[in-house]
Design a protein around this ligand. Structure first.
Ligand SMILES: Nc1ncnc2c1ncn2[C@@H]1O[C@H](COP(=O)(O)OP(=O)(O)OP(=O)(O)O)[C@@H](O)[C@H]1O
Ligand SMILES: [Mg+2]
Length: 248
């Protein structure tokens, strides 16, 4: 089966900083992949290149065999790749429900149509489905600026999912969320996504990485220094010494 994502020789520098150095990765449909690495290791740069927010200096990015290298975020989103950001990108003055209505309007191309209405039966159905899958029902009428960080994170991911992605990239879905709430948040996200949606998520908490990924990519200085099952990556001496700080 063609990999959902294939990245070959991907490189990017910012001045004298090497943010990506010859990255090669092939991801199968449905894999749940954790991206780890210290601050500045190149995780977000990788996500930005795959989603079109940054153009690589060199290399190729294939989505199901189709070359998407250097395409715009809009093009790549339409091709089936969605993302969330380290800081949620939501309309702070709108309610949770209104944010979903707007996102669905944009995703379905109806936002600008004169007959667009949040009460259209299919929009309403899609909103209810997302509120339920992401356990956001009780927050539906609250404005985003008043919502707790974890709920904003869930809403931001629900917004990304309005486009029914094949490949979803989550940049630190649990950052800013209290440690005792991180597992609950990830349980909701993973249960909300169909099995054939491939997920790459950036994460600093190794307990979360171990629990929710079936494969881990360890970034260090713009390179992938380990790529394997979490138990293998997290016991790798280089990963322990450069990234997790775990005792050898
Ligand atoms: N737009 C940019 N302009 C200049 N330098 C950048 C830019 N984006 C990233 N960098 C640099 O590239 C390197 C990799 O950054 P990146 O944001 O990918 O790291 P990261 O692994 O996501 O780190 P963190 O865990 O802190 O989010 C860093 O040295 C960063 O300062
Ligand atoms: Mg980052």
């Amino acid at each position: 089966m063609t990999p959902i994502l294939e990245v070959k020789s991907l490189s990017k520098t910012f001045g004298s900083v090497t943010a990506a150095a010859d990255i090669n990765v092939s991801v199968k449909v449905g894999e749940r992949v954790g991206l780890i690495g210290t601050n500045g290791a190149g995780k977000t740069t990788f996500v930005n290149m795959v989603t079109g927010y940054i153009k690589p200096d060199r290399g190729t990015i294939l989505l199901q065999g189709r070359d998407i290298t250097g395409q715009s975020p809009r093009y790549i989103t339409r091709a089936g790749v969605c993302r969330s950001f380290q800081i949620p990108q939501l309309f702070l003055g709108l309610t949770a429900e209104e944010n979903l209505v707007v996102a669905i309007g944009i995703a379905t191309g109806r936002a600008l149509a004169p007959h667009a209405s949040p009460d259209a039966p299919d929009t309403r159905g899609a909103v209810e489905d997302l509120l339920s899958r992401f356990r956001l029902g009780e927050y539906r009428h609250r404005v985003v600026s008043e919502l707790p960080g974890g709920v904003r994170k869930l809403l931001d991911i629900a917004v990304a999912v309005t486009r029914k992605p094949k490949l979803l990239l989550l940049d630190e879905p649990t950052s800013g969320v209290a440690s005792e709430q991180k597992f609950a948040l990830m349980d909701i996200v993973m249960e909300a996504l169909p099995d054939d949606v491939t997920v790459l998520f950036v994460e600093h908490d190794m307990d979360i990485v171990s629990r929710y990924s079936d494969r881990v990519l360890a970034f260090y200085d713009g390179r992938i220094i380990s790529d394997a099952h979490p138990s293998v990556v997290l016991s790798d001496p280089q990963v322990k010494s450069y990234i997790t700080g775990a005792a050898n």
